[in-house]
Design a protein around this ligand. Sequence first.
Ligand SMILES: Nc1ncnc2c1ncn2[C@@H]1O[C@H](COP(=O)(O)OP(=O)(O)OP(=O)(O)O)[C@@H](O)[C@H]1O
Length: 575
Amino acid sequence: MTLLLRYLKPYKKSIAALLILMFGGIMLELYLPTLMANMVDFGIAKEDMDYVYQTGGWMLFCSIFAVALTVGVNYLSSGVAHGFGKDLRRSLFVQVQKFSLQQFERFGPASLMTRTTNDIRQVQDLVNALFGMMTRAPIMLLGGILLAFYRDSMLSLVFIAVLPVLAGIIFLIMRKAVPLFGLLQLKTDRLNLIIREKLSGIRVIRAFNRTEYENGRFNQANEDYRDTGIKVNKITAYLFPAMSMVMSVTNVSIVWFGGIRIDQGHMQIGNLMAFLQYAMMIMVALIMLSMMFVMIPRAQASANRIADVLRLEPTIADAGSNKLATEIKGRIEFAEVTFRYPGAANPALRSVSFQAGPGETTAIIGSTGSGKTTLLQLIPRLYDVESGAILIDGVDIRDMPQRSLRSRIGYVTQKASLFRGTIADNVAFGRDQLAPDQLEEALRIAQALDFVRSKEKGADEEVAQGGANFSGGQKQRLSIARALARKPAIYLFDDSFSALDYKTDAELRKALKQVTGDATILIVAQRVSTVKDADRIIVLHEGAISGIGSHEELLSSNNIYREIVASQLTEEESA
Ligand SMILES: Nc1ncnc2c1ncn2[C@@H]1O[C@H](COP(=O)(O)OP(=O)(O)OP(=O)(O)O)[C@@H](O)[C@H]1O
């Protein structure tokens, strides 16, 4: 929680103003019973109507002023709480962007979403309540006790009996409820996870008739969440009835003992009325405090989950050295690179060494799971190597600023990702401005111009969430256009031509060759026809390089390559 408190710093002026307003309001509220006691004892009892009117007028003025101050307090506290929530959400979002993929996977998207929305909401509500009413409680409690004591110190002994009982009730209830608050957030995570999975896999779920099964899975998580929620509420439900019972008993006791003291001539009626009002204030303050005991542990559970994300040092950070090669050529060198996914027993890549030069196309082929995607992901530092090094233009990529490294790379991922916006927005992605002729050129080379032109609004056609209104091949081509528009020194194509028919695949590679010029191109592919003409083909097998060479060289020297070729091409084609 302390980590999050620093997010209140920008609002210290508003907080100071609201505390002053609050203090003024409480003073007025505490003054009202005294005025009333005076009115009864000195005005009504002595039939002095001028005094009654005068004091009544004062009371009215104080009440109205106190209400105005409270409105001001609430206005300011809500501004502080919402501003605090907004800043925290932004920090969390920015922090997650810096995470390596390992760190991202450690939390998972569903949990990160709950943390950014629901958990922050819990803490934001606490901040609102804290400044809206909870800070009032201790001041009101203290003022109430002092003034009640001042009115009648003997009668104040009632509180000595009541306060420990109240403290005991709060303690017992909270001891049971607090562990459940954390559990409730975990169950929210689980619910979000299932909803996310279900919504993103809706086509498969329907096609496989798994709707009922998935509904069952969701219902189970939903009911589990409900049960924990009910358990928490059942426990906290005792809090307020118990407190109001104590309040009623306190009232009765005050009237009872106050009556005796009036009988004995130790107290006046006005005094007893004021005392009763102070007792009420004390009780209300205690109820507010007990609400704080409900809200604080609940928000604490959320605050810890937020702090876990904020505290995690991004493992992929810029080194202090910020080295950059003087000349950008895009030469890539893998030197004995070994990489293992977190928790995996075997490395996904083992002692991989090769060089890929500018103006060359290097293709990577290998069976499913052989490590092709992993190899590409290491180049823009989505993951860091376990041992060995990757150099670009002779500089270790860990010594370069990530921004400069990634600005040299045009990466087309295996699964094409499009974002909401227009086609043009998606192609210009990562660049501030893209001139119409540059956009057209990128679309043309990516073999996307025809289908984009056939759209009603051309490049201004809207892309739905996740690119749902485009086919797999169209999405791939737009992703390729996006990479081309950057004019990078290095192109990484991860199985990016797989959704294209053979003809488009060939045309695209031919067009690419004309524009990529001196760029270094790495192509991961499953099809031999895609890699056949590459300057160099790397055959990956179970994370290690089994052979490097041209198509012909590998055909004569590498068994694995021969098997792949044999499974795809006829003798004639492969010759
Ligand atoms: N995020 C991950 N966490 C743990 N293991 C992973 C992760 N991604 C991939 N792997 C494992 O690493 C190995 C290499 O995977 P990779 O995706 O690089 O293979 P690939 O050659 O690209 O396969 P494909 O041709 O099917 O795309 C596989 O055994 C896979 O199970």
